[in-house]
Design a protein around this ligand. Structure first.
Ligand code: ATP
Length: 404
């Protein structure tokens, strides 16, 4: 994939030009207040660079999922305020239900070099998610240059992430955040320093069919844990009790086991498993557990985490790796008693010298929550987008950007 060769902000000439930047400002809000501003902070390097280089910086993003057009609770107004504090300069909020209506146009008209305007939530326009040209043209009409820095939305071909580039006359580029994602995920998948170990977990095999198949081709060793492991164990003919199993995907898992063998890849499954009578309810409730070998799960018991021998096996497998990609927790990590497998894997990754890349919402959250974030080479900001990247898909939001 040519994604590694995309223009980035450093390649652009922006002095005096209107630069439309698609950011990911989809921040959590409570009673109109931002509860976590990580996504705004993450966008600062790109914004600062464009200001420094004398661009007229026009920012846009979606926020939440407004259903029927504009809704106050999904307004980007609080983001403008916070961003202004973080930048230490005025961010003009172009409140405009049309996103690019009279207000936004007037705000852009008044801009001097280095000024910043934030447009209203792109999803206030129904055309956005349908990638209809009308809105793409409107967005392009107020800009000369386009930068996409919203990796979390790059797997969606929307007006603001892809369609707009059809009508932008000048250059297009990726921002720093997007560039970093491409560098880490792209290199891991396309050009990894070997041995390359991929670790997959999470709930369901069905969610990650293509990721399993693609990573098996790219990596040297594929470790499978979490809920998805039980469908693989079933495919090996084991009794898995009442564990999460997708009967429709047992054959698929058999094919993957065969594929691994044919390609000479190691596919490592849990050798033991932490079991309980039933799923914890509520999810973090105290729970009585025991550990049994993976081929000895009693018929009335459920596997909810990898076992202690597996923790060691997985940690050992990671030790000799030079590149590790991890997506999906090893067990029901929301419960402290069932988080041990996920913690063990996070710890193993924190201790290696390998390039470690965490892709995915839950595993990223687990690593942060467990305090290992600064020990990882890269934590992806896009759950869905990073998964599609690992599937080997071309992400529309990256694909539309001009090559260097
Ligand atoms: P995302 O898709 O958001 O990037 P992810 O890929 O990291 O997240 P998911 O596939 O969403 O992970 O799965 C995470 C969920 O899987 C967690 O809520 C966890 O409790 C659940 N899970 C893990 N192991 C098991 C298990 N053995 N049985 C049932 N559920 C499990």
């Amino acid at each position: 994939m040519s994604a590694l060769n995309k223009k980035n902000v450093e390649d652009l000439q922006v002095k005096g030009k209107r630069v439309l930047v698609r950011c990911d400002f989809n921040v959590p809000l409570k009673d109109g207040k931002i509860t976590n501003d990580n996504r705004i902070t993450a966008a600062l390097p790109t914004i600062k660079k464009l200001i420094e280089n004398g661009g007229k910086v026009i920012l846009c993003s979606h926020l939440g999922k407004p259903k029927n057009g504009p809704e106050d609770k999904f307004s980007l107004a609080p983001v403008a305020e916070r961003l202004s504090e973080l930048l230490g300069k005025e961010v003009v909020f172009a409140k405009d239900n049309e996103v690019v209506g009279a207000n936004a146009k007037a705000a852009v008209e008044k801009m001097n070099d280095g000024d910043v305007v934030l447009l209203e939530n792109t999803r206030f326009r129904a055309e956005e998610t349908k990638n209809i040209d009308d809105f793409s043209k409107d967005l392009a009409s107020i800009a000369d240059v386009y930068v996409n820095d919203a990796f979390g939305s790059a797997h969606r071909a929307h007006c603001s992430t892809a369609g707009v580039t059809k009508f932008i006359k000048g250059e297009t580029a990726v921002g720093y955040l997007m560039n970093k994602e491409i560098e880490y995920l792209g290199n891991a998948v396309e050009n990894p320093v070997r041995p390359f170990v991929a670790i997959l977990g999470g709930a369901k095999v069905a969610d990650k069919l293509n990721v399993i198949s693609n990573l098996l081709e790219k990596c040297d060793t594929l470790i499978i844990g979490g809920g998805m492991a039980y469908t693989f164990l079933k495919a090996k003919g084991y009794e898995v009790g009442t564990s999460l199993v997708d009967m429709e995907k047992v054959d698929y898992c058999k094919q993957m086991l065969e594929k691994a063998e044919k390609l000479g890849k190691k596919l490592v499954l849990p050798v033991d498993t932490t079991i309980a009578k039933s799923f914890p309810d509520p999810i973090d409730a105290p729970i009585e557990v025991s550990v049994v070998d993976s081929n000895a799960i009693p018929a009335d018991m459920m596997g909810l985490d990898i076992g202690t021998k597996t923790q060691e096996l997985f940690a050992d497998t990671v030790k000799s790796a030079k590149t590790v990609v991890w997506n999906g927790p090893m067990g029901v990590f929301e419960n402290p008693i069932l988080a041990k497998g996920t913690i063990a894997v996070a710890k193993a990754l924190a201790e290696t010298d390998a390039t470690t890349i965490i892709g995915g919402g839950d595993s990223a959250a687990a690593v942060v929550q467990l305090g290992f974030a600064d020990k990882m080479s890269h934590i992806s900001t896009g759950g869905g987008a990073s998964l599609e990247y690992l599937e080997g898909k071309v992400l529309p939001g990256i694909d539309v950007i001009q090559d260097k």
